[in-house]
Design a protein around this ligand. Structure first.
Ligand code: ATP
Length: 433
């Protein structure tokens, strides 16, 4: 376990978080930053807008950790209680900070609004604290020492909190001298987490440094290599490289990317390098595959566009799927997936076309085609015979959104394998037709 100096904790404040109305994304972001810096984050705590509860939480965390980063509760309303809680814990009065008051007034003046009286409370800070400037809002942050721990309180809105962390907090938190943290992540697809763990074997021993761990999500398993310690940089680099080579040797055949990049990003990169373009034809995903491609800036040079062909009529009108095919095999079938992909390829002029047709549920399943049955078709120019058409059937478990998301991932993974010349590899959840 890391020492107190190396430990950090993150506190998120707000009733909207504890009742489940909004998702706490600040903790995730702050954790990534603190870990990058080299601190060991030992707790994320979410507390309601409650002065005593926050006070007790701060006391407990400041005893255990040298760094505590707090977000939320710095607004002007009666339920914004971070300032008061800090003052309670420190047993200090709240003073008005003249510079902050002028900054808040200037902020309102810039937006040509009169400052409501209520906003004046945002200029308060505990006597021993200093304010952290907020260029994007009215709430200054507070930097204060509590029980020997550095406490940084930042406003809740991510657009205010993040720049304040970068401009102020980052330079004031540092890991104890000589401490190094290194992380590498490999993303795999096509084998389940238990098989990955079995293949990695002794590499996953918990007393190892670098530590190797796995995380599964939406059909992918990531393998994380993480070093935390104080050995020399050369030795750490060597240990990381040796462990990475072992990981590659054991699971390299199913690795599609290193780092945390989305699969669409990886595929777009490969297409760009190959000078190729892709189009899409989607039924049950209703445009989500196209959405995943267009979510990435600059994808227009490789993604041509697509069709959402939800009904049988549209499958016929837009990409020429024959009525007889639909009658004979049904919309969720190998034949229709292939026809959608070929139709899209011909009409778009792309090098590849991905097509998705499936039963996303919750209704619509049959014994032969249960909910979660998804066919992905892929047609490519100049690959093998018959336009290189390849279709795979997947049986996905989960709710409608999971099935749809997973279908998008599976389609992207098929193209990824083709672009890597590894189409012989199976994909997780793929079923024999
Ligand atoms: P403000 O002066 O803007 O009100 P504040 O510090 O009082 O700042 P809160 O009122 O606690 O902030 O939260 C304002 C908004 O910030 C929330 O409605 C929410 O959209 C966002 N927010 C707060 N906390 C988080 C969090 N932990 N993760 C993501 N978003 C958050």
């Amino acid at each position: 376990m890391a020492s107190r100096n190396e430990r950090a904790a993150i506190v998120s404040i707000g009733d909207e978080l504890t009742i489940g109305q909004s998702l706490d994304t600040n903790s995730k972001w702050l954790s990534e930053r603190l870990t990058e810096i080299g601190l060991t984050v030992v707790e994320h705590v979410t507390v309601p807008d409650d002065r005593e509860w926050l006070g007790a939480t701060l006391r407990r965390l400041c005893e255990a950790c040298a760094t505590v980063v707090v977000s939320g509760g710095l607004g002007p309303t009666a339920d914004d209680l971070t300032r008061e809680s800090l003052a309670d814990v420190l047993n200090e009065p709240l003073d008005e900070d003249g510079d902050s008051l002028r900054a808040i007034e200037a902020w309102f003046a810039r937006s040509s609004r009169e400052m409501p009286r209520q906003n004046r409370v945002q200029a308060l800070r505990p006597r021993s604290g200093v304010h952290i400037p907020n260029p994007n809002g009215t709430a200054p942050g507070v930097h204060v020492t509590v029980l020997g721990a550095a406490v940084f309180c930042l406003p809740g809105p991510p657009s205010e909190m993040r720049p304040m962390f970068e401009a102020y907090v980052r330079a004031r938190v540092s890991p104890p001298e000589g401490r190094l943290i290194r992380t590498r992540v490999f993303q795999t697809m096509g084998v389940g987490e238990s098989e990955i763990a079995q293949r990695l074997g002794g590499l996953m021993a918990r007393d190892r440094n670098p530590l190797v761990g796995t995380t599964a999500s939406a059909g992918m398993v990531s393998v994380r290599i993480r070093y935390e310690g104080s050995e020399s940089a050369e030795r750490v680099d060597r240990l990381m490289a040796e462990t990475a080579a072992d990981v590659e040797r054991l699971v390299g055949d199913v690795v599609f990317a290193e780092g945390g990049r989305p699969l669409a990003d990886v595929v777009i990169d490969r297409l760009r390098r190959a000078g190729q373009r892709v189009a899409t034809v989607e039924s049950c995903t209703g445009g989500m595959l196209g959405g995943a491609m267009t979510a990435l800036a600059g994808s227009s040079d490789v993604y041509l566009g697509g069709w959402v062909t939800y009904s049988n009529e549209m499958k016929g009108w837009l990409v020429g799927v024959g009525h007889d095919l639909l009658e004979r095999h049904g919309a969720v079938s190998e034949e229709v997936a292939a026809a959608m992909a070929v139709g899209g390829l011909e009409r778009s002029g792309a090098d590849h076309c991905l097509a998705i047709t499936g039963v996303a549920g919750p209704g619509g399943g049959t014994p032969e085609k249960p909910v979660g049955t998804v066919w992905v078709g892929m047609a490519s120019r100049g690959v093998g015979e018959a336009g290189g058409v390849e279709c795979r059937r997947f049986l996905m478990r989960g709710e409608r959104e999971t099935v749809r998301q997973w279908s998008v991932t599976s389609a992207l993974a098929m193209l990824d394998l083709r672009l890597r010349g590894r189409s012989e590899l199976k994909l997780l959840r793929q079923q024999a037709p």
